[in-house]
Design a protein around this ligand. Structure first.
Ligand code: GLP
Length: 250
């Protein structure tokens, strides 16, 4: 496995390092297709990217963004939709042309149709150059939940109870958390030419150990990343606390 691991003292240093890697990608290939992630982990790095755009050191005019996932049933202006998250955390603050930003359409009721449309969007863009990933407490990536197999292409899923519990903090009531989502599949993610995983906090230490240092199994969806030739993990020392001493980090 060719995984590069950066260990940072805390969340804010993790965000800065991940922003540096994304900035390098944008500078080296200003026409990059970036696979984007939501969740609380990437918020800090998106803030850095927006600041760098404001400061004039980053230009997003040639960039395409393709998000991993979206809740089914939430309109794009719902504050908990991933459309809304991307606009408020990044896209409203940088100059990616609106027509080059893509998130699955949570309002498309024909699930098979939306999934094939989204795969076609990715293909038409020429594939993803760098895919940013957070990781769920149970090792999920996007909304690929633990299961008996690795779902390959973009598909719709029923969220696990653990994910609903983890995500309810963003909603008024647990009952408001959507039960289903669209997500890129494991195959979609693995086709990205490079992958950047960001993880922070003690609560994810076991998931980091299972995903990157345990067997490759659909019970831990992120474990498939061990088979990808170009993965960088940026994690703070709390997230790496269960693998202290057994891994080489920078
Ligand atoms: C969500 C998203 C994932 C994200 C994960 C972790 O369910 N679908 O893409 O990586 O949970 O979120 P957080 O960064 O808030 O811990």
């Amino acid at each position: 496995m060719e995984m590069l691991i950066y260990k940072t003292p805390d969340y804010s240093a993790m965000s800065l390092k991940a922003a540096d890697i994304l900035s390098a990608q944008i500078i080296l290939n200003p026409g990059s297709v970036l696979g984007m992630a939501t969740g609380s982990t990437p918020e800090g790095l998106y803030r850095h990217l927006a600041e760098r755009y404001r400061a004039g050191t980053l230009d997003f005019s040639g960039i395409t963004t393709i998000n991993l996932d979206e809740y089914i049933g939430l309109p794009p202006d719902h504050p908990q939709s991933y459309h809304y998250f991307m606009r408020t955390n990044l896209l409203d603050h940088v100059n990616v042309p609106a027509e080059n930003t893509h998130v699955p359409d949570g309002l498309e009721p024909d699930e098979a149709r939306e999934c094939s449309r989204y795969e076609a969007v990715i293909q038409a863009a020429g594939g993803v150059d760098l895919q940013l990933l957070g990781m769920g407490l149970n090792g999920h990536i996007g909304f690929n939940e633990p299961g008996d197999c690795f779902p390959l292409d973009t598909h719709s899923v029923t969220l696990t109870d653990s994910t609903i519990q983890a995500n309810k903090r963003f909603f008024e009531r647990e009952a408001d958390v959507p039960r289903r989502a669209y997500t890129m599949g494991i195959g979609t993610i693995m086709r990205a030419r490079s992958i950047l995983v960001v993880v922070s906090g003690e609560a994810k230490a076991q998931a980091v150990r299972d995903a990157f240092f345990g067997p490759v199994t659909p019970r831990v969806p992120a474990s498939i990343l061990q088979l990808h030739p170009n993965v960088t993990l940026v994690a703070d020392s709390a997230a790496l606390s269960a693998v202290d001493g057994i891994v080489h980090t920078f």
